[in-house]
Ligand binder design. Structure first.
Ligand SMILES: [Cu+2]
Length: 193
């Protein structure tokens, strides 16, 4: 048995998850004959779910992200997720700069950065005290803006975020080792059930 996942933003995210089970080449060789072009076959071990959200970023303060768009693709397979973020249409002033970006627990509300709540952190959700803060317990998606006004980031985390009305928040600085990245500039709403 195999399940198929529609190719959304390139197969990178899907392959990253499936890669834990079989290398991409092995997968290609074991591809069932009825998998249509543009889809990827992965072994049916554990549950796979894909969340894809795309849209205009919502402003949380003055920033070069006014009018910018973002796409998030999150592929969870068992207790492992590959997450990819692509941002386009960023103002020229941002070229060459790196911005922090994370999955936050709360919703993305224009003009209300606090509404997004804290980072999604598995230690916090598990009640561990003190919670550890790093890229294996949170979804960190820092990106650097190119001269054409786009940026991409990807990460693989050892958990599948719980559904909810959540957001990807873009911050003014790159994320430091404490998970701090400065003011909240813009967000992408990411709700799933
Ligand atoms: Cu954040």
């Amino acid at each position: 048995m195999a399940v198929t996942v529609r190719k959304v933003l390139g197969a990178t995210a899907v392959l990253a998850v499936a890669g834990a089970i079989a290398g991409p080449m092995a997968m290609a060789q074991s591809r069932p004959p009825r998998v249509p072009p543009g889809e990827v076959a992965i072994p049916d071990v554990g549950k796979t779910s894909t969340v894809t959200r795309t849209g205009l970023l919502r402003g949380l303060g003055p920033s070069p992200f006014a009018g910018a768009r973002a796409t998030l693709v999150m592929v969870s397979h068992g207790a492992r997720s590959a997450v990819r973020l692509k941002v386009t249409g960023v103002g020229r002033a941002a070229a060459g700069r790196t911005y922090g970006a994370h999955l936050h627990t709360g919703p993305c509300v224009a003009g209300d950065g606090a509404a997004a709540g804290p980072h999604y952190n598995t230690d916090v959700l598990d009640g561990r005290k003190p919670p550890r803060v790093d890229r294996t317990r949170e979804v960190w998606l820092d990106f650097t803006v190119t001269s054409s006004g786009s940026g991409t980031a990807r990460t693989v985390v050892p958990f599948a975020p719980n559904p909810g009305d959540r957001s990807i928040v873009i911050h003014e600085h790159a994320t430091d080792h404490h998970g701090v990245a400065g003011a909240r500039l813009a967000c992408l709403p990411v709700s799933w059930r």
